[in-house]
Write a protein that binds this ligand. Structure first.
Ligand code: ADP
Ligand code: MG
Length: 709
């Protein structure tokens, strides 16, 4: 205990109490610790007890096991003794068995010896048996010979019977003899049998048989004598027979004479019959020939008829085949048309920008009798590329291009329109349609779009409008009602000009006071502020408007063409249709655009204003291609705002609309450079996929007066 001051009791007391507190806490901690230890000790004691119990159990188990083992041991020793005993028994048995085996062996040997003796005896016996059998054979042979003799005797007997057919008495006598002989033979046979049984007795019987044979021989001699007498009788009878036969010969002679006469008669008859039969045969052959001939005639008739019917059939077949051929030809034509249509559909489904190429004819100017030199342009005619490809020779090198359609210089305005009429039609169905004409100045863009006054010279714009009005009228019967608004503008040096503004045609106003700002709403509808929009109801309205517009259009002069258009011309027709009966609504837009000349700067040879114009045109055209390529690549940013033209057409470019580009080509050799540029650009555009066109139906807010498609 340390204190600063020994008198500071209070401090010390506090210090002490603190200390005591600490000590108490210490004691408490120790007590807790002790408790813990005690608990642990108890636990351990419990564990030890359990271990002890287990121990004693194990000991008891062990002693049990030892007892069992001892018992097993005892059992085993007992079994061992028993086994030894049985082994001894087996041994003694074995000894006995060995002894008996020895005995058996000796017996066997003695048996073998006796067997040898027996074998010798057997041989002897077999030898005797052989000898006996030989003797038996000899006896049997003798017997056989006797039998043979017997049979010869029988034969002889039968001979005698035949000879003595007339003398029955002799025969009966002989029969008696024969039966006696048969009896003797039976006895002989018996003797034979007994002979075979007993050799000695058989020999005796043999001798007796010989004796009997001698007797028989004697009897036979007697019989022969009798036979001789019988023969004499027969000879006498034969003599009588001879007499009779002489008489018979006489008779026969007479018969012969008659028969000769008869034969001569019959020969005559047969000769007559022969002639008769030959004549009959001849008649038959003639008849046969006749029947064959008639059959042949019949056959010929039948074949002639068959040939006639076959000829008729062939004729009909030919007629039928000709009909089928013409039908097939018409089907081919139809199929070709269908193929074209399907091709268009495929392209639409692919979402490509379609590209048509048109080559204008060489133009002959007054006073120029030769006309300009044409570039070597050719159109492949192979099945797959006919009407779809164009070849161009440039400095000895052939360049090949193919597009969705290629129109050569002979194609009429009608031909061209037929190909795009479907596209125009789809504006009525609610699609946005965009048709551009691209190409250098003088290549025929305006001619293609607008056309020229004159028979069948109308361009795509008037023809499209005619078709639209005609179709919309025919759809009226199905409950459709269409309203249309037209507008026309041009973009010159990036400025919009209203081609339908009142009083515009006379006053060429290069600095318009009006703003013409372009705006798009969320439904893809475009408005241009201050732009004149005119409701049109028929083709007459539109013709008037087009005339007005072409008068207003900016035309300047370059070295290229007297009337070259230096601005983009945009004709827009907004179509809105509704069907009262079905409740359907469609909004389509048709944009027909005559672009400014695409020629490059160097060629136009411009300066000043013209240079500015050309730069601006080039800029907006390159902006157009930039937009198309960006859409095709699927870029996030499409530079629509880079030019007035692309911004104006924003909703009509890309996937939402059906886009078609005409690339117009000048055929002059001097234009080859520009032509190649145009064709290459068109090829690139043709390869672009810009998406699948969409129909616009049922827009929520559709103010026809103000909006501009
Ligand atoms: P662009 O508009 O491309 O400058 P134009 O359409 O003015 O060219 O055509 C130039 C000239 O060629 C015009 O006189 C036009 O009538 C004529 N022309 C163009 N294409 C054809 C054609 N397919 N058939 C006959 N003449 C044509
Ligand atoms: Mg033109």
């Amino acid at each position: 205990m340390k204190g600063k001051n020994k008198t500071d009791y209070k401090g010390r007391v506090e210090q002490m109490s603190d200390y005591i507190k600490k000590l108490r806490a210490c004691i408490r901690w120790y007590m807790e610790l002790e408790d813990g230890y005690l608990a642990e000790q108890e636990k351990l004691q419990g564990a030890m007890d359990a271990e002890n119990i287990r121990h004693s159990e194990l000991e008891a188990q062990l002693s049990n096991a030892i007892e069992e083992l001892k018992a097993a041991n005892l059992d085993l020793t007992r079994r061992c003794e028993f086994l030894e005993e049985s082994l001894n028994r087996e041994k003694s048995e074995k000894l006995i068995a060995v002894e008996s085996y020895e005995k058996e062996k000796q017996e066997r040997e003695s048996a073998e010896n006796s067997r040898d003796v027996l074998t010798v005896d057997l041989e002897r016996v077999t030898h005797d048996a052989k000898r006996f059998s030989e003797q038996l054979k000899m006896v049997q042979d003798t017997n056989k010979r006797l039998q043979e003799y017997n049979s010869s005797l029988q034969q002889y007997n039968s001979n005698l019977q035949a000879d003595a057919s007339k003398s029955g008495e002799t025969i009966s006598k002989l029969q008696k003899e024969k039966s006696a002989m048969m009896e003797t033979m039976a006895t002989l046979r018996e003797c034979n049998n007994s002979m075979s049984n007993q050799l000695e007795s058989s020999r005796a019987s043999q001798q007796e048989a010989i004796r009997v044979k001698e007797e028989l021989r004697k009897e036979v001699e007697c019989l022969r004598a009798e036979l001789k007498q019988v023969r004499d009788d027969r000879d006498h009878s034969v003599a009588q027979v001879n007499n009779l036969s002489i008489e018979l010969a006489d008779c026969k002679e007479q018969i012969g004479k008659y028969s000769k006469e008869c034969i001569s008669m019959s020969t005559k008859v047969s000769a007559l019959e022969e002639t008769c039969s030959t004549q009959k045969e001849q008649i038959q052959t003639f008849q046969k020939q006749l029947t064959v001939a008639t059959e042949k005639l019949k056959l010929a008739d039948v074949t002639a008829i068959e040939a006639m019917t076959g000829y008729e059939e062939q004729k009909e077949k030919i007629k039928y085949l000709e009909e089928r051929l013409s039908h097939a030809e018409s089907q081919i034509v139809e199929g070709d048309e269908l193929r074209k249509k399907l091709h268009n559909t495929i392209l639409e489904l692919k979402g490509n920008i379609r590209v048509f190429c048109r080559v204008r004819p060489l133009l002959r100017f007054d006073g120029d009798s030769n006309g300009p030199e044409g570039a070597s342009i050719s159109f492949p005619t192979s099945v797959e590329s006919a009407g779809r490809a164009i070849d161009l020779m440039n400095q000895g090198q052939k360049l090949s291009f193919s597009y969705d359609k290629v129109f050569d210089h002979n194609a009429s305005q009608e031909d061209v329109f037929v190909e795009i009429s479907q596209l125009v039609q789809s504006a009525l169905d609610g699609y946005k349609v965009c048709i551009f004409a691209y190409g250098q100045t003088g290549s025929g863009k305006t001619y293609t779009m607008m056309g020229r006054p004159g028979v069948n010279q109308k361009g795509l714009i008037p023809r499209s409008l005619e078709q639209i009005f005609k179709t919309s009228q025919s759809l009226e019967s199905q409950g459709w009602e269409y309203s249309m608004q037209a507008s026309m503008l041009e973009i010159y040096n990036e400025t919009i000009r209203d081609l339908l503004a009142p009083g515009r045609s006379s006053n060429f106003d290069m600095t318009p006071s009006k703003q013409y700002t372009i705006k798009h709403d969320s439904h893809g509808n475009t408005t241009v502020s201050d732009l004149t929009i005119i409701d049109v109801f028929g083709i007459a309205d539109v013709t008037h408007l087009l005339e007005k517009a072409s008068q207003s259009r900016s035309v300047g002069k370059t070295q290229m063409n007297e009337q070259s258009s230096r601005s983009h011309f945009v004709f827009t027709l907004k179509i809105s249709g509704s069907n009262e009966t079905t409740g359907q609504q469609v909004q389509g837009v048709l944009n027909l655009i005559d672009l400014a000349g695409s020629e490059r700067l160097a060629k136009s040879g411009s300066t000043g204003d013209r240079l500015k114009e050309t730069q601006s045109i080039n800029k907006s055209l390159s902006a157009l291609s930039d937009v198309i390529f960006a859409i095709a690549k699927g870029d996030d940013h499409v530079p629509f705002r880079n030019s007035k033209l692309t911004y104006l057409l924003q909703p009509c470019l890309g996937g939402d609309s059906k886009t078609l580009m005409f690339v117009n080509i000048s055929p002059e050799a001097s234009s080859v450079g520009e032509t190649i540029c145009s064709l290459r650009f068109a090829s690139r555009v043709n390869a672009c996929e810009i998406g699948i066109p969409r129909r616009q139906t049922q827009a929520r807010s559709f103010d026809s007066r103000l909006s501009y498609g």
